[in-house]
Design a binder for this molecule. Structure first.
Ligand SMILES: Cc1cc2nc3c(=O)[nH]c(=O)nc-3n(C[C@H](O)[C@H](O)[C@H](O)COP(=O)(O)OP(=O)(O)OC[C@H]3O[C@@H](n4cnc5c(N)ncnc54)[C@H](O)[C@@H]3O)c2cc1C
Ligand code: FES
Length: 274
C-alpha cells in the first residue's frame, strides 16, 4: 500500500453523534489509517475553518481493518472540537495519521505461564485509546491475559459497557454519580481491590496529568512495569515544532522528548511530570 501517514487526506464521516453532553463519537471511513493503526496511536484532524491552522490530535478509539473505518471519541473543549461536533455524516474531513507509537503489547508477559494480570486505567477523554488496546489484547492473547479495567470520570460515564466485553471493569466518578466516589487512584487504593491482593504484571494508562502523576506514585510503590499515554498540547503533531516536549529520565539524567513523535506512549517510570 503506497500511503504516507504524514500526508493529509480527505475521508468521509460515516457517523458523528453525541455520546454524552459535550462528548462526541466520530466514525471515519479511512481504510489506509485503519490498516496501519495500532492501539495507542492518534490522528490529526483539521478544521475546515482556515483560521485554525493547527490540527487537533485525537486518539484512535477503535478500528475495523476489514471494513476500513476508524472510530474517535472527542470532548468539545474549544473552537476546533466544537466545529467537529457540527459536522454531519457524508461530509469529508482532512485527517493525517496514524501518528505516534502505539502501546507495546507483549514485553511484560512473554515468559509467563499463567495469565498475565494487566491493569488498564483511563481517565475522562484518556479512556478512548484504551478500548482498542483492551480489544487487541483479548483478541491476540485470549486466556493468556486477565484484564482489570479502571475508568474514572468527572460525572457522566461512557464506554464502560464496551470495556466489560474484555475484562473486569471498575468505575469511579468525582461527583459520586456512579461507582466509587472519588478518583481512580483512590479506587485502586480502596479496600475492595486491595483485599484481592492483586499483583499486576503491567499497567497501561491514559488520562489527565494529575491522574497519571498519582498513578505513577502508586505504580512505583507496587513496583509495576508499564506505560502511560501522554496527551500534551500539540502544534504540528509530527515532530516539526517542538511544541510538545516532556522530560524523560535517562540513567542519572533526563532528556526532552517529543510526545507526538517519540510518544505519546512512554515507560511510565521515566516520565518527569512538571
Ligand atoms: C496524543 C493525543 C491524543 C488525544 N486524544 C484525545 C481523544 O481521544 N479525545 C479527546 O477528546 N481529546 C483528545 N486529546 C485532546 C485534544 O487534542 C484537545 O482537546 C483538542 O485538540 C482541543 O482542541 P480545541 O480546538 O477544541 O481547543 P482549543 O483549546 O481551542 O485548541 C487550541 C490548540 O491547542 C491544542 N490543544 C488544546 N488542548 C489540547 C490538549 N489537551 N492536547 C493537545 N492539544 C491540545 C489544539 O490542538 C489546538 O492546536 C488528545 C491529545 C493528544 C496530544
Ligand atoms: S507537536 Fe510539533 S513537535 Fe510535537
Amino acid at each position: 500500500m503506497c500511503y504516507n501517514p504524514l500526508e493529509r487526506k480527505k475521508y468521509t464521516i460515516i457517523k458523528n453523534t453525541m455520546l454524552q453532553p459535550s462528548i462526541y463519537e466520530m466514525q471515519i471511513q479511512a481504510p489506509e489509517i485503519a490498516h496501519l493503526a495500532k492501539p495507542g496511536q492518534f490522528v490529526n484532524l483539521y478544521c475546515k475553518d482556515q483560521s485554525k491552522l493547527l490540527p487537533r490530535p485525537i486518539s484512535i478509539c477503535e478500528v475495523d481493518k476489514q471494513a476500513g473505518w476508524v472510530r474517535l471519541i472527542y470532548a468539545v473543549v474549544g473552537s476546533g472540537t466544537r466545529l467537529f461536533s457540527h459536522m454531519s455524516e457524508g461530509e469529508t474531513i482532512d485527517v493525517l495519521g496514524p501518528l505516534g507509537h502505539g502501546f507495546s503489547l507483549e514485553d511484560a508477559w512473554e515468559a509467563k505461564e499463567e495469565a498475565a494480570k494487566i491493569l488498564i486505567v483511563g481517565g475522562g477523554v484518556g479512556t478512548p485509546p484504551l478500548l482498542e488496546l483492551a480489544k487487541t489484547l483479548k483478541r491476540n492473547y485470549q486466556d493468556k491475559v486477565d484484564l482489570t479495567i479502571i475508568l474514572g470520570f468527572r460525572d457522566d460515564v461512557y464506554l464502560a459497557q464496551e470495556f466489560r466485553a474484555y475484562g473486569k471493569v471498575y468505575v469511579s466518578t468525582d461527583s459520586g454519580r456512579e461507582g466509587y466516589h472519588g478518583h481512580v487512584v483512590g479506587l485502586l487504593e480502596a479496600q475492595e481491590l486491595e483485599q484481592k491482593d492483586i499483583a499486576f504484571d503491567y499497567i497501561y494508562a491514559c488520562g489527565p496529568t494529575p491522574m497519571l502523576r498519582g498513578l505513577q506514585t502508586f505504580g512505583l510503590r507496587q513496583n509495576y512495569q508499564g506505560e502511560f499515554s501522554l496527551e500534551e498540547r500539540m502544534g504540528c503533531g509530527f515532530g516539526g515544532c517542538v511544541g510538545c516536549v516532556v522530560a524523560i529520565k535517562q540513567d542519572e539524567d533526563f532528556e526532552y522528548m517529543k510526545v507526538c513523535k517519540d510518544g505519546p506512549i512512554f515507560d511510565y517510570r521515566k516520565v518527569i511530570f512538571s
